[in-house]
Design a protein around this ligand. Structure first.
Ligand code: COI
Length: 356
């Protein structure tokens, strides 16, 4: 299969639900576009994919992913340029990451053409659902899960790959306050921290619920051995501006998701001449930088939130209040630079944008 030759059958809806989208009030993940892509994997191969009207699934209660969590997903966004043409940001990078997750979770690799051309065609068909105003986009959710009707524990043999899309506004409406987690753990070396496995998100619900009750927005996860080194923040990668350097945890131990936004941020900053260090970051180093006035900015990065500024970090009894976001150089520059590329206002010198 090549991108141009993959055969995706299309059955269009006769009743668009586009009226459900209120362009003036787009919330994340509330409304789904008219169509979805569905592909089955059986007998060791992918069957012909289809784009069909968005609809409920009918699955046996014995379907294996419901019980054992052999399920992964991705998140990508499409934007509209000034001429109303949709642009998808770095879908091939998400495809590569999906297959890294798939391998670890004993799921079959998804062919590039199925993933990338599937997204392109789905966005093309539902292009009216890509909103136009600043800070809005069409969130694209590919996902892959095991569908054997079998509750014995073994790697499954039948799978479904799907893509759904949903118009999205800003993920966070204001800078977030963060609680440094030193009880619960997100990931250990050798585990699945580097994957977008459903279980990584499922396990975060209880600790996140707890810190929300305490008045915080998100968790800064730390390593499970000493609770000393920072990993990720909520569902995002994390960056700190220390003096004139930018630091972010490295990916070596496999406990951190290799974010596509993370990579874009590192690339853009390095091109600009900013020093970016990918390395272990101890929470004590951040606390000391804060006391010395060197902790200038802190922000999360991810597809859903893009750049999410942090207003405060609480570690034990100490709350580190960051300066007002309006004064930040790095995050504000990145936000604009990324938006300019994504909305097609700036030349795509990295080959990041897929034109629909
Ligand atoms: C993303 O940024 O795409 C995420 O993974 C967040 C998502 C779970 C809503």
């Amino acid at each position: 299969m090549s991108v141009s030759t993959i055969d995706i059958a299309v059955k269009k809806t006769t009743e668009s639900r586009i009226a459900q989208m209120d362009p003036a009030n787009i919330q994340f993940g509330k409304v789904y576009s008219d169509h979805m892509l569905v592909a089955y994997y059986e007998d060791g191969e992918w069957k012909q994919p289809e784009i069909v009207p968005f609809a409920n699934l009918s699955l046996s209660p014995a379907t294996t992913f419901i019980h054992y969590g052999q399920a992964i997903f991705e998140g990508i966004k499409a934007y509209k340029d000034a001429n109303g043409n949709p642009l998808v940001f770095r879908p091939r990078d998400n495809w590569k990451r999906m297959n890294r997750s798939a391998e670890r979770m004993a799921l079959p690799a998804v062919p590039e053409e199925l993933f990338v051309e599937g997204i392109r065609k789905l966005v093309d068909i539902d292009r009216a659902w890509v909103p136009t105003s600043e800070d809005t986009s069409l969130y694209i959710r590919p996902f892959l899960f095991a569908i054997d009707e079998f509750i014995g524990v073994r790697p499954a043999e039948k799978f479904m790959f799907m893509i759904i899309t949903s118009p999205a506004g800003p993920y966070y409406s204001k800078p977030v306050s963060i609680y440094v987690q030193d009880e619960y753990v997100r990931a250990f070396p050798g585990g699945i921290g580097f994957t977008k496995a459903a279980g990584n998100y499922g396990m975060s619900m209880y600790p996140t619920m707890k810190i929300k009750e305490m008045g915080y927005d998100q968790i800064l996860w730390t390593d499970g051995f000493e609770h000393k080194y920072v990993q990720e923040i909520g569902t995002m990668n994390v960056f700190f501006v220390l003096g004139d350097k930018v630091v972010t945890p490295d990916l070596k131990e496999g406990t951190i998701l290799a974010g596509v936004t993370r990579d874009s941020v590192i690339t853009l900053l390095r091109e600009k001449g900013t020093t970016v260090e990918e390395r272990p970051i101890a929470i004590d180093e951040l606390a000391e930088a804060y006391r010395n006035g060197q902790l200038k900015e802190a922000f999360g990065t991810g597809t859903a939130a893009s750049i999410a500024p942090i207003r405060a970090l609480t570690y034990h009894e100490e709350t580190m209040e960051l300066p007002a976001m309006e004064t930040w150089d790095v995050a504000n520059w990145l936000k604009k630079e990324l938006a300019d590329i994504r909305y097609g206002r700036k030349a795509d010198t990295h080959g990041w944008v897929l034109h629909v």
